[in-house]
Design a protein around this ligand. Structure first.
Ligand code: UT7
Length: 325
């Protein structure tokens, strides 16, 4: 099997900023509550004419440039998203057309907040076995389109953004181990009920606001801490490493308290955890993606570093990757 690594990264965050102070005017909440309960201070919102593919295109262009490749070099495009432009075609196909990529397999992955980790893992397998050579993997979301702006339990949490990575064969290092898992029996803890084949959009679903995210935050909180710690332990074991070997953890950014509780369980110090939740909130698949890109761009990840991607989300799904940079 070939060694596979990340050879380029790029991100795109919409310009519009929604602060906690602005949210105080929209629902019964406070900057103090949001900051202490979640760690979020502000989030980005896509413009009215920006769909998920528009964000993905910008992030992908930057990642391909960073990898010193041309769009024509890409032969596999995977977009992790739960907010595609429409049910079909895939965002990956829209991206392919916009970037002028020819002769590539293109598809979307639905694994919510663990979507980027799932997509990286799939791309790694395809390249490792020789089916494809250069993969573009994107985590992109416009969660503001499925957020109920009247529900204070959820609307303070989410944001929009996109992060991308280019994967290819590498001579040394690269992805050392991956781990994916799921538990569909807990699907109702976080879901959108209407808008699919089970419950097509109707006047009734609109009145009952069933086309927006519904979440049982408390239950998810406890599971997230346990499962994200389990991800770290399992994937590190697969890589033949221990927690002390990690240079930086890129966790899914749902809640700073979840992340720090997980870190405590693993005995990881604060400086080994990368956070961007304060600026962007929870962007589902785009959270781990943009956090990885930022950490690379800011020099927090250096050649030879051991990086752990660790994510958890609706499904339930969870997973991680250990990467030697
Ligand atoms: O992305 C992956 C999956 N998602 C997650 O993993 C999210 C996991 N869950 C969480 O991050 C947290 O559970 C939340 C941030 C969603 C909620 O924090 P919490 O500390 O679990 O609060 P809670 O749900 O227990 O609510 C505490 C109180 C409630 O009031 P009462 O019943 O105690 O009077 C809520 O109504 O806080 C109230 N509340 C708010 N107050 C002000 C809930 N949302 C707000 C709000 N502003 N925005």
């Amino acid at each position: 099997m070939r060694k596979v690594g990340i050879i380029g990264v790029g991100e795109y965050l919409p310009k519009k900023i929604l602060t906690n102070q602005r949210l105080e005017k929209m629902v019964d909440t406070s900057d103090e509550w949001i900051t202490t309960r979640t760690g979020i201070k502000e989030r980005r919102l896509a413009a009215k004419n920006e769909a998920t593919s528009d964000l993905a295109i910008q992030a992908a262009r930057r990642a391909i440039k960073d990898a010193r490749l041309k769009p024509q070099d890409i032969d596999l495009v995977i977009v992790a998203t739960i907010t595609p432009d429409s049910a079909f075609p895939s965002v990956a196909c829209i991206l392919q057309d916009a970037l002028g990529i020819k002769n590539a397999a293109c598809f979307d992955v639905s694994a919510a907040c663990a979507g980027f980790v799932y997509a990286i893992t799939i791309a790694q397998q395809f390249i490792a076995c020789g089916s494809y050579k250069k993969a573009l993997v994107v985590g992109a979301e416009v969660l503001s389109s499925v957020t109920d702006w009247k529900d204070r339990n959820t609307c303070v949490l989410f944001g929009d953004g996109a992060g991308a990575a280019v994967l290819a064969q590498v001579k040394s290092g690269g992805i050392l181990a991956t781990y994916l898992n799921s538990d569909g029996s807990k699907k109702e803890l976080l879901m959108i009920y209407a808008g699919g084949s089970r419950m097509p959009i109707s006047r009734k679903t609109l009145t009952n606001r069933l086309h927006y995210i519904k979440m049982q935050g408390n239950e998810l909180f406890k599971l997230a801490v346990t499962l994200m710690a389990e991800v770290a332990q399992t994937v590190l074991k697969r890589a033949g490493l221990e927690c002390k070997d990690i240079d930086l953890v890129i966790p899914h950014q749902a809640n700073v308290r979840i992340i720090m509780a997980m870190a405590k369980k693993l005995g990881l110090p604060r400086e080994k955890i990368y956070l961007n939740i304060e600026k962007y909130g929870n962007m589902s698949s785009a959270s781990t993606a943009t956090a990885l890109v930022e950490a690379v761009k800011k020099g927090r990840i250096k050649k030879g570093d051991i990086v752990l991607l660790d994510a958890f989300g609706a499904g339930l799904v969870w997973g991680g990757c250990v990467i030697k940079w």
